[in-house]
Design a protein around this ligand. Structure first.
Ligand code: BES
Ligand code: MN
Ligand code: MN
Length: 462
């Protein structure tokens, strides 16, 4: 559509400077020190939705950070698209590894983004991708080509598990009623290989605590005679995988859906270069569950990973000590049909059962969520596919992702609608890592592709 490209070109600089302003606000939801900035970001999103042409915009309070809601209902007989995104970001730590301050966005060229990429925490996850929708909305209203009704729901607690969002959704079923949910908070295979995310993994996140003696002990006087909680914890963790890298928790795989060989063969058609993959990560080999390829290991298979582990003395020099306590944070990525509450229970029972005499073990569940798969024969998927075909000149590849957006399965349960995941980030964009960035090309391509989704979805809904 010529007028889409024309409008984007005309307003390119402003589209970018607005995103830069948004990225300057450190909306870190995990850290209470940033509370005011998270709330301020919600206000900025509210203003941007009004400017983009929403008729009714409000900040909805929750027990945590607010949800920004906006809508434009043009005709009750037309379909309604609900856009979901999040305005909170991950903590920027470790800040020393950033080449420029995380909340002072800069544009730099990279080999993958020769047109330039914007470097800042949240650039890709999810402020940049969420803001594409706000600008696509502006484009559609200003050029009189909004073909259907739109609702926006932008939350501020995604990175901490969206714990208050389920209540919000349950209490606002009527308000959030829609025909399809559209989210840009995932990635695509490459700039010249468009893809649509058809699956997300579920998640169970727990923290474990191993307690030995009632105080830190001299490791000479007591060493060898009492259980060392750090030794025990690492041993227990190591036992959670067998020699084939299968997870050893009894019942863990019970509900895992095994894909047919046909489905796996279909998956294997997606372009993947193992050499480029290892090279980009500076590793000499990949590692994982026996019997599965890298792309299967990180999407259709469940995993268990330690995210952090601590205890004892970690300061300068040496201190001869047996710590009283040792801790670890553990995440399990789950696949559809595995229930995250059941898995959390299985983990807890098993982990407590393998604790030897001499220590006590506590398992504290954090948060979790269900996985999701979206069918490729729905109107929403077909509309997305047609939109990519029009803007990229190529049919997008359906691809299941390894990441999690727990609210998506809740949307299906509560609102009975399917979610379409049109992600424009790249795996190399370093989300959650130092030097997160988002390609300018990707940003503008997203703004160009989104209105085409609305057009095709409305047409196909007739
Ligand atoms: N946007 C990501 C999830 C994602 C990224 C999915 C790339 C697919 C591809 C989201 O913000 C996120 O980080 N989710 C968390 C889970 C949440 C409960 C903290 C995750 O996946 O770790
Ligand atoms: Mn995200
Ligand atoms: Mn994230």
């Amino acid at each position: 559509m010529k007028n889409i490209e024309f409008y984007i070109n005309e307003h390119k600089d402003r589209f970018l400077s607005e995103l830069i302003e948004l990225l300057k606000i450190p909306s870190v939801s995990a850290d209470p020190a940033f509370k005011d900035n998270v709330i301020k970001t919600a206000d900025v999103i509210k203003e941007s939705l009004i400017k983009a042409g929403c008729d009714h915009v409000e900040i909805c309070q929750t027990k945590g950070f607010p949800v920004v809601y906006g809508e434009k209902i043009i005709d009750d007989n037309l379909p309604t698209v609900l856009v979901y995104g999040h305005y909170d970001v991950q903590p920027a730590d470790p800040i020393s590894l950033w080449h420029s301050p995380p909340f002072e966005p800069v544009i730099k060229k990279t080999s993958i983004h020769p047109e330039g990429a914007i470097f800042a925490r949240g650039a890709c996850d999810d402020k940049g991708q969420m803001y594409m929708h706000v600008k696509a909305m502006e484009l559609m209203t200003k050029t009189n080509q909004l073909p259907c009704n739109v609702k926006f729901m932008i939350e501020g607690e995604e990175e901490v598990g969206s714990v208050n969002l389920s209540t919000f959704v349950k209490e606002n079923r009527e308000k959030l009623k829609n025909d399809v949910i559209l989210i840009s908070d995932t990635g695509m295979i490459a700039k010249d290989i468009p893809s649509i995310t058809t699956g997300l993994r579920g998640l169970s996140y727990v923290e474990v605590e191993v307690t030995g003696p009632n105080r830190d002990l001299h490791s000479g006087l007591y060493g060898g005679a009492v259980a060392n909680p750090i030794n025990i914890l690492t041993k227990m963790i190591a036992s959670l995988h067998d020699e084939n890298n299968h997870i050893t928790i009894p019942g863990f795989y019970d509900n895992v859906e095994e894909l047919s060989l046909d489905d796996r063969a279909e998956m294997a058609k997606a372009p993947f270069n193992l050499q480029a993959y290892t090279k980009a990560l500076d590793i000499d080999a990949v590692y994982g569950e026996q019997g599965y390829t890298t792309n299967e290991r990180n999407s259709i298979r469940p995993t268990l990973d330690v995210n952090g582990i601590w205890g004892g003395y970690i300061g300068e020099g040496a201190k001869t000590v047996i710590a009283s306590k040792a801790y670890a944070k553990i995440s399990m990525r789950l696949v559809p049909n595995q229930d995250w509450r059941d898995i959390t229970e299985l983990f807890k029972t098993h982990f407590e059962s393998i604790a030897p005499a001499g220590v006590t073990v506590k398992v504290n569940p954090h948060h979790g969520g269900q996985g999701y798969v979206t069918p490729t024969d729905s109107i929403g998927y077909k509309a997305a596919s047609a939109a990519y075909e029009e803007s990229f000149g190529k049919t997008p590849i359906p691809q299941r992702s390894g990441g999690s957006i727990p609210i998506v399965s809740l949307f299906e349960d509560e609102l009975k609608s399917k979610t379409i995941l049109m992600g424009f980030g790249l795996d190399s964009d370093a989300i959650h890592s130092p030097n997160e960035h988002f390609g300018l090309w990707n940003y503008f391509k997203g703004i160009e592709t989104i209105p085409l989704f609305y057009k095709h979805f409305t047409a196909l809904s007739k």
